[in-house]
Design a protein around this ligand. Sequence first.
Ligand code: PMP
Length: 457
Amino acid sequence: FIQGPPKERLMEIRRQNCNPVTMKITYYKKPLFAHQGFMQWIWDVDGRRYLDLFAGVATVSVGHCNPKVTAATAEQLKTLWHTTNIYVHPTLHEYCEKLTSLLPDPLKVVYLTNSGSEANDLAMLMARLHTGNFDIITFRGSYHGGTQQTMGLTSNSPYKYPAATSSGCTNTMCPDVFRGPWGGSHCRDSPVQTIRDCSCAQGQCMANEKYIGQLKETFATSVPSRIAAFFGEPIQGMGGAVQYPKNYFKEAYKLVRERGGVCVADEVQTGFGRTGTHFWGFQGHEVLPDIVTMAKGIGNGFPIGAVVTTPEIAAAFAKAYHFNTFGGSPLACAVASSVLDTIKEDGIQQNCLTVGTYLMTEMAKLRDKYEIIGDVRGKGLQIGVEMVTDKASRDPLPPEAMGEIFEDVKDMGVLIGKGGLYGQAFRIQPPMCITKQDVDFFLAVFNKAIQNYLNRH
Ligand code: PMP
């Protein structure tokens, strides 16, 4: 292993020269000094191997340094990196065609960006120009970006600043059947759920009606009947893999459209097969968005994002130039194209379904065994484990306790993520190539970490 500068020196540079907020803190108390990655594994500078179940926040889709993607990237590196799209280069055209072949009609027009924030920023602008309306609705607990515009969409306090973010953004209650006021044990009868099928007494989801009622109340507080857009992650990522009651999206989309708005599916985390049953998260909700935004897994760690929309919306947006220097560079498109090929060739979506379902089924057994595991939810390899002080109160497990378990899991060789409005959920969003054996290893580690915690307290 190449050691690089000593750890103390790296920490000094981190404190002095790097983004002071994110960089002063490290995700772990004993920081992970990362060195190398291969598929679902990361090695630190001391040669210690970790099973990576967070994938740089659901980003490394087909595995760290996936050989197929690496080979395609290397090939393009030798040929042409960049043209700013003023010339006709095959990679961009081939990629746009390949990407849209995976989306239902009429989602056929692609704009390539460099990140998810940029994609959502663009989607906000498009929605407002197309509809002539201004108000945008998102869920509480959502994360859609950190630029000044998208910060208005984001509704998760650690990511908010006392600054003028986009006005006109309103957050509606997230239909979280576990932590929200409505929904109950019936919402988690089955350990593995697609969309939460809250089949109450008459096959009618009462919780859904209540949450839709909240959305209606949000409309009542906004400009009358003039909604520009509703942005929703098909499964809330930063919010802790929150799933919504069945039919929520369907009803919300209808109500938004009745008020002149367009519906935006933020697939930054849920796209590219991660949910297992479908290639896109929105398909699990049986809806058809007007705009789809993508990033993270689209490039397996290479910076690229995308907005895909309909020709009609694209036309409204075509009245001035939209220019993006790096968006859609030959290099980015070559990477993203090989990611799509790899997902297909390696049966990645099916793997998400099989391995993810296995993980959730086994994790649900731990939920039933331990008082402090309140909920296991998700779909495919977009999984949340909600930790509580006890099942009756459902109070969030405090940050110190979460931290203890989290550090212990890492010390035993597995990297997971944290999320939720109170930092109360563990997030499992691994490279989509993990195996059942990896899951078994993780479950043993997680079980031990919970036991260690309970023994200490
Ligand atoms: N949308 C979602 C759902 C995200 O999770 C994120 C990033 N966490 C973003 C948008 C923003 O993406 P980026 O960090 O690439 O700007």
